[in-house]
Design a protein around this ligand. Structure first.
Ligand code: GLU
Length: 316
């Protein structure tokens, strides 16, 4: 795929053309309002960035403006939890697409409190519970934030406390999911504590440029290609990518794989992280969501970008 990139030295102009095209579209989806603080975000925003192996980040639009990454953070909490407990995690969380909305409770009853995968809310709450072991919530939250800052080598990435408080105030379904899992013995801490960690990592804010850098290790066999150090093993990076491809867009995961053809993880803040193995990491932000809760224009922009650049994990 590197050859493809070299044939397209004009990535800058591809991204700026995309940003210009997206700026004038009127079909922008609907900004999430169930977390009241997210409802205040301007739906006209659009940013896109690509982080490459040589350290360059090519970007366009509002790529330097921080936004709430929400569920994109679940990729990084999963990475940390696997580092902490390894494959033991899979006793408590599955690895199958759910085919259900992100906050669904229905499968949990049939499957006795074991969430389908670590990217639906229930699965990510179990991951938060794992990260909480032996820590105060404040310490676990600090560990997650520092890991993310380390990945981007940028300590300006922060937690938006207003978003975390807003989600806590209205997070009735997440409290229901957590308590329900606790009733099956799949939550070691009180719902309040596990959700304290969960709400805060969902409220991490950063720009498209920063997000592309945070996710870059997944495009390069688990390595930071510039500093050269390993974040996770190549096998673990491949598995996280596999989960992003199959489960990263909730009940729209199949559609994203079909249209875009790369591993991706979305969040209700309108961000998407995409991984093109061996080439780079992509991030896009457009706050309006489609019916599955994934960024409407963000998905369209990634589909166009992947097609223009010939990026797909299904072609050499
Ligand atoms: N914090 C959000 C929630 O729990 C995350 C959902 C998402 O980004 O998909 O509802």
């Amino acid at each position: 795929m590197e050859a493809t990139l070299l044939q397209h030295p004009a990535l800058e102009s591809v991204l700026s053309d995309l940003a210009a095209e997206m700026a004038v579209r009127t079909d922008r989806g609907a900004v999430a309002t169930y977390i009241p603080q997210l409802g205040k975000v301007d739906p006209a925003k659009f940013g896109i960035a690509v982080a490459l192996e040589d350290g360059r980040v090519i970007s366009a639009g509002d790529a330097d403006e921080p936004f709430s990454i929400q569920s994109v953070s679940k990729v990084f909490t999963l990475t940390l939890a696997l580092g902490k407990v390894g494959d033991a995690l899979w006793k408590r969380v599955g690895r199958e697409p759910s085919g259900n909305p992100f906050n669904s409770i229905v499968q949990l009853e049939q499957e006795r409190g074991i969430p389908r995968n670590p990217f639906i809310n229930a699965g990510a709450i179990v991951v938060s519970d794992v990260l909480l072991a032996g820590h105060e919530p404040r310490e676990a939250i600090g560990e997650i934030l520092r890991f993310i800052q380390f990945l981007a080598d940028d300590d300006t990435i922060y937690i938006d406390r207003d978003v975390a408080a807003s989600e806590r105030a209205t997070g009735f379904r997440n409290f229901a999911l957590a308590n329900y899992m606790r009733s099956f013995g799949n939550l070691d801490h009180a719902a309040e504590l596990a959700l304290g960690v969960y709400f805060h990592h969902c409220a991490i804010a950063m720009s498209c440029r920063q997000l592309a850098l945070v996710g870059r290790f997944l495009a390069f066999d688990g390595r930071n290609p510039v500093a050269g150090h390993s974040v996770v093993s190549p096998g673990r990076a491949r598995r996280i990518n596999a989960l992003m491809l199959t489960c990263g867009h909730y009940d729209g995961s199949g559609d994203f794989a079909f249209r875009v053809g790369i591993p991706g993880k979305s969040g209700v803040g309108g961000g998407i992280l995409g991984i093109v193995p061996g080439v780079g990491s992509l991030s896009v932000w457009s706050p309006g969501l489609n019916a599955n809760g994934n960024s409407h224009l963000g998905s369209i922009a990634l589909e166009k970008l992947a097609r223009t650049m010939g990026w797909s994990i299904f072609s050499p």
